[in-house]
Design a protein around this ligand. Structure first.
Ligand SMILES: [Zn+2]
Length: 470
């Protein structure tokens, strides 16, 4: 505070006035914050989709206190720590709505195959021989490492030993919506779907109220589970107010089989079974028609669109443009790293979602950059039923945010920060990441995990897995 006085003050008066001014100044700038992060552009993904030049976010106790210009935020808050990046975009942490993190240890094990061949000839046998709690722990650590370094702050996962997935996610400081895969044949940790349901209930109880983990119920798919198991999954999810995660109409074969068996679609069958009666997240939804989308809309089903996976496995093209017209909560997912993608790069998924929609509709406006970024952030949060907590940078929300550098050749010049995020920036441009108010990546280095040890373990597993398949 600066003021000029016309009346000359005595020495004592001047000292007293000076002290008072300091106290007033300190009071005005004294609201404490744990951290302030500021950047050249702040993408909020709030209801107005504001992009604030020279923007800043103040954080306290894991939540966002305020969002505004750097000048406004600096005037009001005194942070314990601050990070100013005049050559970066500050954006909400990216949200992965469908993946299998631990499969990172199978990365590239068998490429260029159709889903059924890839699953039945390679993945299921490789899993039968190799998946243990230790495998899942190291695979999830590797997955979380790649995801955090690439700006993903929340992931939605279904695999085996999911309690270990949750432990590894918490260790990484990453947010997870996690469910133990329930499937109609014996797997590494559960011999029957009934065993998997018992496991899941313990899992739901163990992680109830956890600040980072949302425990879910995850029947693999309609075609790999009995009707009774699917109904039991829904009942268990509703008993614990948990979401249900499932693969839906990923391939044409899944739909053809259901048509032959029950003369209807997987979406309709699952509706008839009551599976959509509660919070649900359906991955893929490639082969869904108007009647199916009407059901998904009516039931509020979140959708995990996986463009890389659908392209790589030649599964088809999900009608995402139509889903957006219907305002369905559709997010993005990289799916599996083992052959259906093979990475966890949400920058790539944004880019591909936009371009795949354009090339298949013949309309360059079918899925604009703004819609792609929305799918990776606030619309993805809606898909998970977590839009009140994450997905945008707004006061009261959990402080999940990323700094993306814009001082490299692929980022300059910059006319539109949102366009740059989707079409020009890369996961490798992510410089800093905060989850739940805690920095987990600083200057492109992970703070929570032992990177060298994880990479050494990945090499060790590669040798072991290769030998097991000979
Ligand atoms: Zn999947």
């Amino acid at each position: 505070m600066r003021r000029s006085y016309n009346i000359p003050l005595s020495g004592l008066e001047a000292r007293i006035t000076g002290v008072l001014l300091c106290v007033v100044g300190a009071l005005q700038a004294a609201e404490p914050a744990d951290a302030i992060w500021s950047a050249r552009y702040l993408i909020t993904e709030d209801a107005q989709h504001r992009v604030i030049e020279n923007g800043a976010v103040a954080v306290k106790d894991g939540r966002i206190l305020a969002v505004g210009t750097r000048t406004q935020i600096n005037a009001r808050y005194t942070p314990k720590q601050r990070l100013d990046r005049p050559e970066a975009i500050l954006a909400p942490g990216l949200i992965n709505t469908h993946t299998h993190a631990a499969m990172s240890l199978f990365r590239g094990i068998a490429d260029d195959l159709r889903l059924q061949d890839w699953l039945e000839k390679f993945i299921f046998p490789a899993e039968a021989k190799n998946v243990t709690a230790d495998f899942v722990r190291w695979g999830t650590r590797l997955g979380c490492l790649e995801m955090l370094l690439g700006g993903t702050t929340t992931f939605t996962d279904m695999y085996y030993f999911e309690d270990v997935v949750a432990e590894a996610s918490k260790e990484a400081g990453m947010r997870g919506v996690l469910g133990e895969t329930i499937i109609g044949f014996p797997v590494a940790d559960n011999k029957t779907p009934a065993d998997a349901l018992v496991y899941t209930e313990r899992f739901l109880q163990r992680f109830a109220g956890d600040p980072l983990i949302v425990a879910a119920v995850a029947p693999h798919a309609l075609y790999t589970n009995s009707d009774e198991t699917l109904k039991a999954c829904r009942a268990l999810a509703n008993k614990h107010k948990a979401p249900l995660i499932i693969h839906l109409s990923e391939t044409k074969k899944e739909n053809d089989d259901e048509l032959a068996k029950r003369h209807t679609t997987p979406t309709k069958t699952l509706d008839t079974l009551g599976v959509w009666n509660g919070r649900s997240i359906a991955a893929h939804a490639v082969w869904v028609g108007e009647a199916d989308m009407a059901i998904l809309k009516q039931r509020g089903v979140g959708i995990g669109h996986c463009p890389s996976s659908n392209m790589k496995l030649a599964s088809g093209v999900a009608p995402v443009t139509r889903m957006l017209e219907l305002d369905l909560p559709v997010g993005l997912g990289p799916d599996g790293p083992a052959g259906s993608n093979n990475d966890f790069n949400l920058f790539e998924e944004m880019d591909l979602a936009a371009k795949l929609a354009k090339v298949t509709t013949g309309n360059p406006q079918a899925l604009p950059a703004s819609a792609a970024l929305e799918m990776a952030t606030i619309r993805g949060a809606r898909a998970l039923g977590m839009e009140k907590e994450i997905g945008s940078l707004e006061p009261g929300k959990r402080a999940d945010m990323i700094m993306v550098r814009i001082d490299r050749p692929n980022a300059q010049p910059l006319y539109d920060a949102v366009s740059q995020m989707v079409y020009a920036l890369k996961a490798s441009d992510v410089r800093d990441v905060m989850v739940d108010g805690k920095p987990v990546v600083r200057d492109a280095k992970i703070l929570t995990l032992n990177e060298a040890q994880i990479l050494a373990k990945a090499a060790e597993y590669r040798a072991r897995i290769s030998a097991s398949l000979r």
